[in-house]
Design a protein around this ligand. Structure first.
Ligand code: SAM
Length: 287
């Protein structure tokens, strides 16, 4: 593309263009057309995007727009759009703005009355959720965990009683520490799914109660590698309803003779139920 290319788009537009999160075939026909036809591609890492563009045989010029320069460069791009150019925004992988740059550019475009057109496409959070087996009717995307344990535990405490599925991105070098903090705050019975290397050769989607998931990840170094999404089953408020009357009666009798924790553990063993749920029921109904 040359500087004096005539834009094929009638109105100057900022296109938000998702790119693959692993498998290079996961790019839409429309995304390819837009990347071919715009005047400029604003990219998080121009070298990284250059490889995708050369794979797609696209020659459109790129412009660096990353976390460290976005606030200043966004205005430059808005000015170019207002002069009649069309621009595509891409990030290194997946959907721009989803834990990636683009927020300032989109906000400034909208404030300046520049048309913003989003293209649907690859996104790790949605890809992971769709195959996780966790409730998908309500969910919240929580981005990355804080890097330090204290911050992580605070975030976990915030979502501990949230009833919808909560989804986090995590990096491989922190996965074990994060899972350990999750175990401390959410307990061993909370169901968590680890979705790793989605769309790639070693794609793995494993869902287990936290206690078992931590052990599984610890045992196998391979599970501590690559890109990953953690999905946490929402807090279950129906635990009371699922405890049969007979068990409630037995727990009530045992709790008269034993500390509640012990009584809950015994009942859990006899009736093959979760001891945390029984203990919680006991706290709410017996003490
Ligand atoms: N914008 C991207 C999206 O739409 O998903 C996310 C960018 S964020 C900087 C990168 C994080 O997304 C990774 O650290 C990982 O948590 C998650 N991620 C990206 N690709 C992934 C994949 N193929 N499998 C699992 N997680 C992935």
């Amino acid at each position: 593309m040359t500087d004096n290319k005539t834009s094929p788009f009638e109105i100057p537009t900022l296109f938000i263009v998702p790119t693959p999160i692993g498998n290079l075939a996961d790019i839409t026909q429309r995304a390819i057309e837009v990347l071919n036809q715009v005047d400029l591609i604003a990219a998080e890492d121009t070298r990284h995007t250059g490889k995708l563009l050369s794979h797609l045989n696209i020659q459109t010029r790129t412009y660096a727009l990353h976390d460290h320069n976005e606030q200043q460069k966004a205005q430059v791009l808005v000015d170019r759009l207002k002069k009649g150019e069309s621009i595509a925004l891409v990030s290194d992988a997946g959907t721009p703005l989803i834990s990636d740059p683009g927020y300032h550019l989109v906000t400034q475009c909208r404030q300046a009355g520049v048309k913003v057109v989003p293209l649907p496409g690859a996104c790790a959070v949605i890809t992971a959720l769709s195959a996780s087996g966790l409730p998908s009717d309500r969910f919240s995307f929580e981005g990355f965990f804080p890097a330090k344990s204290k911050g992580r535990k605070d975030r976990l405490l915030e979502i501990a009683k949230v009833e919808r599925t909560c989804i986090f991105y995590e990096s491989p070098h922190r996965i074990l520490d994060t899972l350990t903090d999750m175990l401390d705050v959410l307990g061993p019975d909370r169901e968590v799914v680890l979705a790793r290397e989605l769309t790639k050769t070693f794609e793995t989607i494993q869902g287990l109660p936290l206690g078992e998931l931590v052990a599984w990840v610890k045992e196998d170094d391979n599970q501590q590698r690559g890109e990953m999404v953690l999905l946490i089953h929402g807090y279950r408020t129906d635990s009371q309803a699922t405890i049969p009357d007979e068990v409630c009666r037995a727990l009530g009798i045992m709790a008269k003779e034993l500390p509640l924790k012990k009584a809950a553990a015994l009942c859990a063993e006899i009736y093959n139920l979760k001891k945390n749920a029984l203990y919680k029921w006991g706290l709410e109904n017996l003490e």
